[in-house]
Design a protein around this ligand. Structure first.
Ligand code: ZN
Length: 284
């Protein structure tokens, strides 16, 4: 059995992005220290679009250089210490900006598929090339917000950029809102498979390998417990960081009223169930 621990290296994208230190570099430092004590290496899916936008906005707002230094030195350190840095694309940074005081996330074009074919290719190459300055071997991709569908228009540019692995799919996950749109019902119930133009259709000759994110089927009780613990002991059960996520209308209601599929995560209450999860989901 091989287990890959993957973390998305990013801010929040809602009304408040939160700070680089509290949402990215601080938690990453804590988690990698814990992992290194056990000899574990982590794969970080880096939201490199944010770094590029930061480099742009720094010209007008020099005080952002501090965040830039924090990010670049941490990414270099992760790379030097043998952790993996791979490509995570949140293309809404193309439309988002810094107003002198805070980041304003414009999420009308949240998914790569919201862009034209030429823009998709240009974004993939520009983001990949920047990340390759830290890790010259970029071969894996995770779509922002797991929104990898429809994949047809992404396949050729990703392939041309050297991507051979995707890790965006989790079994039976689905969600649709103004920004999000993914439906993984019908994905192979396996931990990895080959595919060509549709990540849900196994194709042994396919150019890409899906290494699926492990999925867990949670009862509403799990979320009621999480919700109540959060109320009773917010310090121990609040999410990391100081940002606010993009609103996901109806999602809390769904989680609290029906069985739902979600990604397996190493944080909070979920790690308590990891002993049941691991043998069932990670079989290579
Ligand atoms: Zn992300």
């Amino acid at each position: 059995m091989r287990i890959f621990i993957t973390l998305d290296y990013e801010l929040y994208f809602g009304d408040r992005t939160g700070s680089v230190e509290k949402c990215i570099t601080g938690p990453t430092e804590m988690l990698t220290e814990m992992a290194e004590r056990q000899g574990i290496k982590i794969c970080h899916f880096v939201d490199i679009g944010f770094l590029l936008r930061l480099e742009n906005e720094m010209i007008k707002h020099p005080h952002l250089e501090k965040d830039h230094t924090l990010l670049c030195s941490q990414l270099q350190k992760l790379q030097n210490n043998g952790h993996d840095l791979q490509l995570h694309i949140h293309p809404h940074w193309e439309d988002s900006f810094y107003n002198g005081d805070e980041w304003i996330c414009k999420v009308d074009r949240y998914k790569l598929s919201d862009f034209s074919d030429n823009e998709i290719r240009e974004i993939i190459f520009r983001y990949k090339n920047r990340l390759a300055q830290f890790n010259p071997q970029i071969t894996a991709f995770r779509a922002g917000g797991w929104c990898i569908q429809p994949f047809e228009r992404l396949a050729q540019p990703l392939f041309d950029a050297g991507i051979r692995i995707d890790s965006s799919v989790f079994a039976n996950g689905y969600f649709e809102s103004a920004q999000y749109n993914y439906d993984f019902r019908g994905a192979p119930l396996k931990s990895r498979w080959r595919f060509q133009t549709d990540p849900l259709i196994e194709n042994e000759e396919g150019a890409f390998t899906e290494i699926a994110i492990s999925s867990i089927h949670n009862s509403p009780l799990f979320y009621w417990r999480l919700f109540l613990l959060g109320r009773l002991n917010p310090y121990e059960h609040k999410p990391l960081g100081d940002g606010i996520p993009i609103p996901a209308p109806g999602q809390r209601f769904n989680l609290l009223t029906r069985w739902t599929h979600n990604t397996v995560s190493i944080d909070g209450l979920q790690c308590k169930s990891s002993e049941e999860i691991l043998p069932a989901t990670f079989t290579y």
